[in-house]
Design a protein around this ligand. Structure first.
Ligand SMILES: *Cc1c(COP(=O)(O)O)cnc(C)c1O
Length: 362
């Protein structure tokens, strides 16, 4: 325990300590199962209870409407980039907001499946902002419109949803699922890999409206076919049992310890503000990447004036048990990922270190 650091990794990322402790406590014997969740059949009633509770907790947290299916899939968010167009493009075209590295990757994958339009691209300003109303228009006949709610690498987050009329909105929420309340009825598809803000690597949550689930072409292989995966209750084959179990524990933590997504959001806003204030009041010693209006409350990328100083910052941070703070290789600098599970004390420790480092090196 003394060796545990404050881990600012972008993903896989910090998990809530009570969740890890619970998993440790139940690792040898899942209550009622007589063996570990790692050892029990996925068809057993004990595992059915695990996956059932994960789903009902998730439905409770988001108030998911009845006409949406919840699936726990494999292949990460990246497989969803391809499965979405495979299943719901239906010979039409789709519109993409390219707001950072992840939506750009999603665009590339979608283009392997059909006709895809970029309706806004932020690359000219290095993806430091999201579009405003009036800067894009959605094709009325589009099969769907695609967005990334939080660009993990650039630290740019949508503060409100784009106006897109009746076209179904598809959202990659991999790095900000559960960070705040979300109205699922505004989306056709809302998906997230777990390893940033919802659990460990290995499971991806897909919440999809019934009419879109019905669009899956019958000739798609089972494992790529939402209709079959939904009908099979995410158990067409063996699901990632342990990852689903961990996700169940995270949803329990959100409901019982945190007290729901409103409370989680309050905590997240306060934590993010601590870091952004330190950046804004540093007299330019630290510079953030995103414009203020679109700043992420999950990933805080920032740069120092040169590479040597950045290196020194990262090394000294490590000696204060503040780790995994280097920025993504594509943008450089530093990045503090402060997901739900990052305690306020960890953010405070980083904030204090940043102030101190600036004082001694500015
Ligand atoms: C991490 C991430 C992904 C990729 O997730 P994988 O599970 O590794 O495929 C996609 N989108 C966003 C926004 C991410 O943060």
């Amino acid at each position: 325990m003394q060796d545990r650091v404050y881990n600012f990794s972008a993903g896989p990322a910090v998990l809530p300590l009570p969740v890890l402790k619970k998993a440790q406590e139940e690792l040898l014997c899942l209550p009622g199962a007589g063996c570990s969740v790692l050892e029990v059949s996925h068809r057993s009633k004990q595992f059915e209870a695990v996956i059932g509770t994960a789903e009902s907790n998730l439905r409770k947290l988001f108030n998911v409407p009845e006409n949406y299916r919840v699936m726990f899939l494999q292949g990460g968010a990246l497989l969803q980039f391809a499965m979405i167009p495979m299943n719901i493009l239906g010979g039409q075209s789709a519109d993409y907001f390219v707001t950072g590295t992840w939506s750009k990757t999603a665009l590339g994958e979608a283009k392997t499946q059909g006709s895809i339009n970029t309706i806004w691209d932020g690359s000219e300003t290095k993806f430091n902002r999201n579009p405003k109303t009036g800067e894009f228009s959605v094709h009325p006949g589009a099969a769907y419109c695609y967005m990334t709610s939080n660009e993990t690498i650039q630290g740019v987050q949508w503060q409100s949803l784009p106006e897109i009329g009746n076209v179904p909105l598809v959202c990659d929420a991999s790095s900000d699922i559960f960070c705040k309340p979300v109205d699922i009825s505004k989306f056709g598809v809302y998906f997230a890999c777990a390893q940033k803000n919802a659990g460990p690597a290995g499971v991806t949550v897909v919440i999809m409206r019934d009419d879109l689930v019905e669009k899956s072409p019958a000739n798609l292989p089972k494992m790529l076919n939402y209709k079959m995966l939904a009908e099979g209750k995410s158990m067409v084959n063996t699901p990632p049992c342990f990852a689903v179990y961990m996700l169940k524990l995270v949803t329990e933590w959100l409901l019982d310890d945190v007290g729901g997504l409103d409370k989680m959001y309050e905590r997240n806003v306060e934590k993010a503000q601590l870091l952004y204030d330190a950046i804004d009041h540093s007299g330019g010693f630290y510079r953030g990447h995103a414009v203020k209006e679109d700043r992420s409350i999950m990933n805080v990328p920032f740069v120092l004036s040169n590479d040597d100083l950045t290196k020194k910052f990262l090394e000294e941070a490590k000696s204060h048990k503040l780790t995994q703070l280097s920025g993504h290789r594509s943008v450089g600098g530093c990045r503090a990922s402060i997901y739900n599970a990052m305690p306020r004390d960890g953010v405070l420790a980083l904030r204090d270190f940043m102030l101190d480092f600036a004082k001694h090196n500015g």
